[in-house]
Design a protein around this ligand. Structure first.
Ligand code: AMP
Ligand code: GLY
Length: 426
């Protein structure tokens, strides 16, 4: 079996690693992949956004399955393009991927479906948006409509911050066309969790819960990043919430999309705020989370390919997905300066020693192989992932492994999973 994985981050290394360990032992190709995937996949020199290049390769090489990692190719319609060429793809079609590509569309579908979410209003005019903010008061949240590489959301604690965020998008055009429309949204208070679900157009199977750490600094301080670590399960998502999340969040979205002649097949990621009035959706992503995927997939028990194929075929059942009882933690090692400016090309040491530790898998993100060494090429460099009998044990193993790894100006959070550990202590 031949599988193409599109993307080159930590999420894609984790997906490729899980696919490689499938009992069907597929031949894997990664476009473009990274220094980690190059050890067991054929990395292709094709960027994830290069739809024409990807299609040309796929037509010639005929993968049995293509798994799409990032949102950009999904929102650009890679699934539709491949399907039209008779290729099997795991990932939603372009119309369905709009749930991530447009926060306005996503909100409209949620409201029509009756999915619990923050109340919001949409603006293209800065004065009207500011007027609304003054009426509503702070705290309040300002969001660019389109894909803004995780930088389009401002949680404003003052009117001045909210007005500045509106000006960034609507006056300074800091997000380009992605910020031509902004949503001004009610502030929700609570703890966040990520729920990833497989959808086959009809059925919903939830994956194990997880929690991301979006801020760069310990104690959730400093600027937002792509994600500095994750753990699974997230005990804040108690078992009694799961039926609600399955039915009232994912089930309602599927049905409302179907009413609009959109079939969602693939992975849908709900970023939830667990408020005192129950779970509410902060955002939907049309793909696996990064670094949640690293933490979730090491807990997946058995083969993943049958579940992905069932999403394509419309034959998804709960029995295709099982979880190891252990907990897992992923600690992201980032380049100094990230999420701002950072250096590239620094040599990384200690990977083999860290990987040899029991229960540890080091997923690469921004790395490449160069002259027999592994060097940094991105802001988020590695995701040191460990399983343990419980969360405390997983945290211990992950940080033991982290201690073995070094590169110039490496930075990482020392407190991954702190909310869950604190919860356990109480
Ligand atoms: P999003 O990209 O929509 O998930 O937003 C990024 C981050 O902003 C989320 O992970 C939350 O921490 C925060 N956020 C987004 N929307 C809200 C909201 N309505 N209330 C409070 N925080 C929010
Ligand atoms: N970890 C957040 C995301 O993947 O969007």
């Amino acid at each position: 079996m031949k599988i193409l994985v599109i993307g080159g981050g930590g999420r894609e290394h984790a997906l490729a690693w899980k696919l490689k360990n499938d009992s069907r032992q597929p031949d894997l190709f990664c476009a473009p992949g990274n220094g980690g995937t190059s050890l067991f996949c054929t990395n292709l020199d094709i960027k994830a956004e290069d739809l024409a290049g990807l299609l040309a390769w796929a037509k010639e090489n005929k993968p049995d399955l293509t798994v799409v990692g990032p949102e950009a190719p999904l929102c650009a319609g890679v699934t539709d393009l491949f399907q039209a060429a008779g290729l099997r793809v795991f990932g939603p079609c372009q119309a369905a991927a709009r749930l991530e590509g447009s926060k306005q569309f996503s909100k409209e579908v949620m409201e029509a479906a009756g999915v619990p979410t923050a109340k919001a209003a949409t603006f293209t005019d800065a004065a009207a948006a500011k007027n609304y903010v003054r009426q509503q008061g702070v705290p309040i949240v300002v969001k660019a409509d389109g894909l803004a590489a995780g930088k389009g959301v401002t949680v404003a604690l003052t009117l001045a911050e909210a007005e500045a965020a509106i000006d960034e998008a609507l006056v300074k055009r800091a997000f380009g066309a992605a910020g031509n429309t902004v949503l001004v949204e009610e502030f929700l208070d609570g703890e966040e969790a990520s729920i990833l679900a497989l959808l086959d157009g009809e059925h919903v199977v939830l994956l194990a819960s997880s929690q991301d750490h979006k801020r760069i600094g310990d104690g959730d301080t400093g600027p937002n990043t792509g994600g500095m670590g994750a753990y699974s399960p997230a005990p804040v998502v108690t078992a009694d919430l799961l039926p609600f999340i399955r039915e009232e969040v994912f089930g309602r979205m599927l049905r409302e999309l179907r009413r609009r002649n959109i079939t969602y097949k693939g992975l849908l990621y709900a970023g939830l705020m667990l408020t005192k009035n129950g779970p509410k959706v902060l955002e939907f992503n049309c793909r696996f989370g990064d670094p949640e995927t690293q933490a979730v997939l090491v807990r997946w028990d058995g083969d993943m390919i049958p579940a992905l194929e069932a999403c394509i075929d419309g034959t998804l059942t709960e029995s295709l997905v099982r979880w190891r009882p252990e907990a897992s933690v992923c600690v992201v090692l980032a380049a100094g300066g990230y999420p701002g400016h950072y250096a590239k090309g620094d040599a990384i040491c200690g990977l083999d020693v860290a990987n040899a530790l029991s229960g540890v898998t080091v997923f690469h993100a921004g790395t490449a192989q160069k002259d027999g060494a592994v060097v940094t090429t991105g802001g988020r460099v590695l995701g040191v992932t460990a399983v343990g009998a419980d969360l405390a044990a997983a945290v211990k193993h992950a940080y033991e492994a982290t201690d073995k790894i070094q590169f110039q100006n490496m930075q990482f959070r020392k407190d991954i999973a702190w909310r869950a550990l604190q919860r356990e202590q109480k």
